[in-house]
Design a protein around this ligand. Sequence first.
Ligand code: SAH
Length: 343
Amino acid sequence: MSKTNLKSLTLNQLEEFMKQIAEPTYRAKQVFKWIYKGETQFEKMTDLPRNLIKKLNERAYISIIGKYKKHESTLDGTIKYVFLLEDGNMVESVKMMYSYGITACISSQVGCPMGCTFCASAEGGMVRNLTWWEMADEILAIERDSGDKVSRVVVMGSGEPLLNYDELIRFLNVLHNPNAFNMSFRRITVSTCGIVPEIYRLADEGIPITLAVSLHAPNDEIRSSLMPINRRYPILQLLDACKYYIMKTNRRITFEYALISGINDDEKCAHELSNLLRDMLCHVNLIPLNPVKGKTFKRSKPSQVRRFEKILSANGISATVRRELGSDIQAACGQLRRSLLMR
Ligand code: SAH
């Protein structure tokens, strides 16, 4: 008889499991809570009777994501983890320290199908979706390693979360669940390259997370040259979906804009972007492009970054330059990739 991985079960499914093994359903919640405290051994679940522990050991286990490699930044203490999944695939996650605590940057897919020209995650294409509990496991593993709780989550690692929609929603719900991570939706950010129909769907979901949209250009010509998805869902369609999201959730959207020297960083672009976003409840995160091995794009000079920010601000657009973390260990935005055993 193959054993059931209890970590892959929702609370409802765990209740079903308890019924099947002739146990009262309230045991499910006890075990569920232990799983999200990071416990993987039934013996250590102190509120379970001995006979149940024995039964669980015979029929079940709690998987544990294998920490494969850990790289620590000497610049800012950011840690990049390369985790080994049960099927041998690997996925990268990042732990960042802020004054308010730990922010975890989580990957949603092994690889990424989007093909953005400036991003390392696109190399090697898409391998598979992560399940909701593998995403939860990225957080549990970071908590286990740091001995501290993660207080914010950004789904900004490799992959396009809105193409893994159902698992993403299950993951967000377990983050929010008081018996699991008990995290306010307001501490969660999901970033998308702009999958328009799924932005509408997310808006109707009624969960007040922060949506971040990777914009990176003020017009279709530049955006299509950088991001293939723009040919499918051009900017005006994307912004309509964003406006709907804002209207439904009353939440401010974050637009990510990587500044690439000579491509999207001149004054004309700054004005064009201002016109595009005028009167929208939004914030622009400017990210001086992070270098990616094998790519020719260059980051904008600091003076150019400041000028761009100034123009947006003068036009009434809220904008800040994102603090760069973990760049010495290839852990910054756009530097996460599909890790291979060989590297
Ligand atoms: N697929 C989602 C989630 C990835 S989030 C999305 O596209 O939003 C990763 C963020 O880093 C995205 O905003 C992405 O556009 C940005 N990024 C990618 N490569 C980058 C680079 N070289 N420098 C700075 N930001 C980059």
